[in-house]
Design a protein around this ligand. Structure first.
Ligand SMILES: *Cc1c(COP(=O)(O)O)cnc(C)c1O
Length: 436
């Protein structure tokens, strides 16, 4: 039986009935803006302005060096790590917030390789996905070159066949940045362990976006990003988790003094701290860490309203609604869906494709359509295809902390108008900038 088309009023009614609606007030969302790019850079928690002033004027300005102790700077990587741990199914004391995702991946993958080198030296292959986020692949390439491993890149449907006797480490991003497709963390990890390999997860598009159970899945290593769904601010430090069975087995290669067992003993030899502390390297960006705390505090507020379970329910409702409305209202414009319809395989974003030559001389037009939407105040982003099986993508992230159902309606209405009027064909929307 066909359902009747949804209306703007239906969406407003859903906002009115949304049990998470009050969380939106914790954030600064510029007026008239529909922000669907929280998967690239999350919005600012309102508390961040006062916190920035406090950390700069008081803790730095007045406290100076004393603030390492008096303001708790030295504990920030662990304190915030414990807050992140609750969102990813890890235990207290198992996560540190530090460095960048790229750097943490370097540490985690190096450690994973040094463990498999010892336990299973005949395994010489690292597997990842060809359309994984490139920095992950670049880091893996460098490590494979250094240690004499082969990096094998596969399509998502080829992952399970690549889990075999040659596999040392499978390194996957849980939710794919281009398509929003999500792996079954528990099933993939179990298959890797059964085959005798180790599993490294990148949670860049998962932490704060979907429930994650690292301990339940018995994963080995994980890293992730905090400026996306965790709303930590531009360039906010990332996180790294290591299963306690592995933490003390080896050094991570960036053996800096913050990972030393007694950094202020200033001894010339490196003695790694026990546990996850050894995954720290040097002095941490205190201002950025402090602002990330404001983002994580919003999840503490969400905890009282049902936490990640409630956020997941809303996220799926938002992405379902977006897909439904695009299919009802934007038919005949060459759009396709790259994101899985199946809830169990979907992260918190929707990616639309456009046929390669749907815009004639202008190519797919996907880039220009996104630019035209941005000019109208609907912010998503564009990811280029490879001219082959990976098509150009219009990407929209739905952060359930602050995106509402009326936003979804309006975003689709703008898309419909941009396509119908062919506004996107204007020259100003077809100029590329450094950051897309
Ligand atoms: C966003 C993202 C990163 C970002 O890495 P940085 O070191 O912070 O630049 C890495 N990996 C994945 C999968 C991402 O989505």
């Amino acid at each position: 039986m066909a359902t009747s088309p949804l209306s703007l009023n239906d969406c407003r009614a859903r906002d009115a009935a949304d049990p998470l609606r009050s969380l939106r007030d914790l954030f600064t969302i510029p007026k008239e803006l529909i922000y669907l790019d929280g998967n690239s850079l999350g919005v600012m928690p309102k508390a961040a302005t006062a916190r920035a002033a406090e950390v700069v004027a008081q803790e730095w300005g007045q406290g100076l060096i004393r603030s390492w102790n008096t303001a708790g700077w030295v504990n920030l990587p662990h304190k915030l790590g414990n807050q992140v741990a609750r969102l990813i199914g890890a235990g207290d004391g198992e996560v540190v917030v530090t460095d960048t995702t790229s750097i943490n991946l370097y540490k985690a993958l190096s450690a994973a390789l040094s463990i498999t080198k010892e336990d299973a030296p005949q395994r010489r292959v690292v597997v990842s996905e060809r359309n994984n986020f490139p920095t992950d692949l670049y880091i893996a390439q460098s490590l494979c070159n250094q240690h004499g491993y082969t990096l094998k890149l596969v399509e998502p449907e080829e992952v399970s066949a690549s889990i075999n006797a040659d596999l040392a480490v499978l390194m996957l991003t849980h939710v794919n940045y281009r398509t929003g497709a999500m792996h079954d963390m528990a099933a993939v990890t179990a298959a890797v362990h059964k085959a005798g390999g180790l599993m490294v997860w990148d949670l860049a598009h998962s932490a704060g976006a979907v429930p994650v159970g690292l301990r339940d899945a018995d994963a080995d290593f994980a890293v992730g990003c905090s400026y996306k769904y965790l709303n930590g601010g531009p360039g906010a430090p990332a996180f790294v988790w290591v299963h306690p069975r592995h933490t003390d087995r080896c050094w991570q290669p960036l053996s800096g003094w913050f990972g030393h067992s007694a950094p202020f003993a200033f001894t010339p030899d490196y003695q790694p701290a026990g546990g996850i502390t050894r995954y720290l390297c040097g002095t941490q960006p205190v201002v950025s860490l402090s602002l990330l705390e404001c983002g994580l505090d919003c999840f503490a507020a969400a905890e009282k309203l049902g936490g990640m379970g409630a956020l997941r329910t809303k996220s799926l409702a938002l992405t379902d609604l977006y897909i439904q409305l695009v299919e009802e209202r934007c038919q005949g414009f060459g759009l396709g869906l790259a994101t899985p319809r199946n809830h169990a395989q979907r992260g918190s974003q929707v990616c639309l494709t456009r046929e390669h030559d749907a815009g004639g001389d202008l190519g797919s037009g996907a880039f220009a359509i996104v630019q035209a939407l941005i000019a109208r105040g609907v912010i998503g982003d564009f990811r280029a295809g490879d001219g082959g099986i990976h098509k150009d993508i219009l990407r929209f992230g739905f952060t359930p902390l602050y995106v509402g159902y009326e936003d979804v309606w309006n975003a689709v209405e703008h898309l419909r108008q941009v396509l119908e009027t062919e506004e996107w064909k204007k020259p100003e929307f077809n100029q590329k900038h450094a950051v897309t």
